[in-house]
Write a protein that binds this ligand. Sequence first.
Ligand code: PLP
Length: 344
Amino acid sequence: MPRLYFDANASVPPHPEAVEAVRRAMAEDWANPTSTHREGQRARHRLEEARREIAAALGVAPGELVFCSSATEALHLLVRGLRPALGDRPAAVFPGEHSACLNPLRDWTRVTWLPEVPEGCATAVQMAANNETGILYPMPRVSGAVRVKDCAQAWGKVPVDLSDCDAAVFSGHKMGGPRGAALLWLRPGLPWEAVMEGPQERRRRGGTEDLPAVLGLAAAVRHLTERQSLNAALVTLRDALETEILGWNRGVEVIGRDLPRLPNTSALLLRGRNGEAVQASLDLAGFAVSTGSACHSGAVKPSHAITTLGYSSDEARSVVRLSFLPDARPAEVEALAAALKRLT
Ligand code: PLP
């Protein structure tokens, strides 16, 4: 049997058109977009064409987008860049945020956990969707603060609304684009300073733009609506799997089952079982799943995204995350259910 992949929240295979766009760009559009000769101008033209296309899909102005290499980088540039003007005031962050966001906040003088909003809050940081549980979160109402939205998991799975925030980040490799392409969106006029100096990206992110990755991302974005529809349709398959698992009466809990969630994600709390051991057994049986965010895999610490929901460390260690690819088929999900039944 071919291996079956249920770890879409870690990364998804790039769309074939994204692969082709990267291949072509590496062969033909390898020139430096900053160069002033014809080859450079052609590269610049392609870069700006891609920026316009991606901006139109997000409903923002092209000049508001900064190309980055990953959502982690975008979050670091964003949070660190807000610090010179705002960092002496407190920040509020969602406690289940990804470490990519929590780490740069360490430089701030004071950080509180949402929903607590401190007096004089300078920035509020909220993920649109949690990578481990799939739970969807609204942007908190915080007046006078820069509202930052982490859309790394939501993009391509559910519609993303930018009207309630001032800055946002997007990851390409989780929505059919290549690794190496991500976005930082900044509403004009933010009190933000570039921390990675250089002439590129209107002096907001130094470093030669990765044109092949950007063109691959633009190709993936052309299929964004289709990807979102495929993901939306997964809810039937995902819910049927959960109903079956709950019917085994083995004390399994689906985290966030009654909350709005990403349609492709199921975080199973297998009480009394070790999530890593279950994951390893499934891996041997041909199924790729995760015990939490890929960035945390291998770490002994239980996932904070789970413990902040009120679960104990032991419970957090018993979680297995299933995240379906947009084209997951019923037979594949049935095979996963059978393996889970056998191995848990
Ligand atoms: N934010 C969230 C919610 C994520 O799930 C991830 C990756 O898992 C990131 C940020 C970082 O994304 P990237 O892999 O593009 O650095």
